[in-house]
Ligand binder design. Structure first.
Ligand code: ZN
Length: 369
């Protein structure tokens, strides 16, 4: 029972694609290790510390998957003088690879924020801060009716018409095309200098920018005409709707105090910090695992009356109060650790019989006294 690390990486990146990173300078991916090494057992953790590497050694794991990147902001040397250096040296000496999925795991559907919402029993009704993952285009092509299927399939196999869990999403309308072959042409049908009328189908489909070249090239190859008539329109909508944080519209109103008590209990916190009104009735809240002080204004913009997050500082808390957004600060660790079991469960589904996955949830660096 083992697979090469590259296969495990592929499965992780299906769950949390690297392109979803919220910051362009975020450090997601395989940070330590050899893609060709074998993995029989892996552990999932929030942070990589020397103790976690020891735990991986003791459990005979060949891979550590962490949420917080083990290398962040750039390091100039890997030696025993720094904490990162000691972790990396110990991992390499013991044949342990380290993979980090940071803000891509925050943004991904089924990642940190959905795990947090699920743990709190809150229905997700939207995203807090949408990101444009990739630009999309509408490709419109005019095809003789009998070539419709061939052209449509050639475009779909290159990634046209992919919306959520659906492929081959297109719209077609029947019409009439005209053309007159001129000197030097080699028409598929019709005679030179004669106006031709042909039954044609207009095929429309959505294409992400990174697939546009492939879609147009295959579409032209599958098309019967010497000169293909097609249009490419840039779109302003983002059909994938990815973003950081989640919104939850409650079916029944609650108070900030009741919600704070629930958060404390469900996340197993010793304490939660509350800014702003406590007895206010609320029906729309923002949920953001990890540091969320910078998105308080965004929560206000979306008419949220409260936000569940962490690391909100004194002045951010004052600002939230001024804006009428109550803050429930449950701590960085507690708002993120919920993703560990969830990630292990999802990896187990795809790596069953190949890799054993362990959850490590004892790395909280702070305590309340
Ligand atoms: Zn974090």
């Amino acid at each position: 029972m083992a697979v090469v690390l590259a296969e495990v990486v592929k499965e992780i990146e299906n769950i949390a694609p690297k392109r979803l990173a919220y910051f362009s300078k975020d450090n997601n991916g395989l940070l330590v290790g050899d893609y060709n090494q074998n993995v029989e057992k892996l552990l999932v953790t929030l942070d990589v510390t020397e103790e976690i590497v020891d735990e991986a050694i003791n459990n005979q794991c060949q891979l550590i998957i962490s949420h917080h990147p083990v290398i962040f902001g750039g390091i100039n040397a890997v030696n025993s003088q720094s904490k990162e250096g000691r972790i990396i040296i110990k991992a390499i000496q013991n044949g342990i690879a380290i993979y980090s999925a940071h803000t891509n795991l925050d943004v991904a559907w089924g990642g940190v924020n959905d795990s947090l919402a699920k743990k709190l029993g809150l229905k997700v009704t939207g995203v807090l801060d949408s990101i444009e993952v990739s630009k999309h285009y509408k490709v419109v092509v005019f095809v003789p009716s009998e070539f419709k299927e061939k052209v449509l399939n050639s475009m779909a196999t290159q990634g046209a018409g992919q919306i959520g869990n659906y492929s081959h999403c297109t719209f077609t309308t029947l019409g009439e095309g005209t053309f007159k072959p001129l000197q030097g042409s080699n028409p598929f049908i019709g005679d030179k200098n004669q106006l031709e009328k042909v039954s044609e189908v207009k095929v429309e489909s959505i294409v992400p920018s990174n697939k546009l070249g492939g879609v147009l090239s295959e579409m032209k190859k599958a098309h019967s005409y010497e000169e293909v008539a097609y249009d490419v329109f840039p779109l302003k909508n983002n059909p994938d709707n990815y973003g950081l944080g989640r919104i939850s519209k409650l079916d029944n109103q609650t108070t900030v105090m009741e919600l704070a008590e629930k958060v404390k209990k469900e996340l197993n916190c010793d304490a939660v910090k509350v800014y702003g009104a406590k007895n206010k009735k609320i029906s729309k809240i923002a949920i953001l695992g990890g540091s969320g002080g910078s998105l308080i204004k965004q929560a206000k913009k979306l008419k949220c009356q409260a936000i569940i997050t962490s690391d909100v500082d004194y002045h951010q808390g004052q600002l939230a109060d001024e804006l009428g957004v109550s803050v429930i600060d449950a701590g960085h660790y507690h708002t993120e650790v919920v993703v560990i079991d969830h990630l292990v469960e999802r990896l187990n589904e795809v790596l069953v019989g190949k890799v054993k996955c362990l959850a490590i949830t004892n790395s909280c660096p702070y305590s309340y006294i």
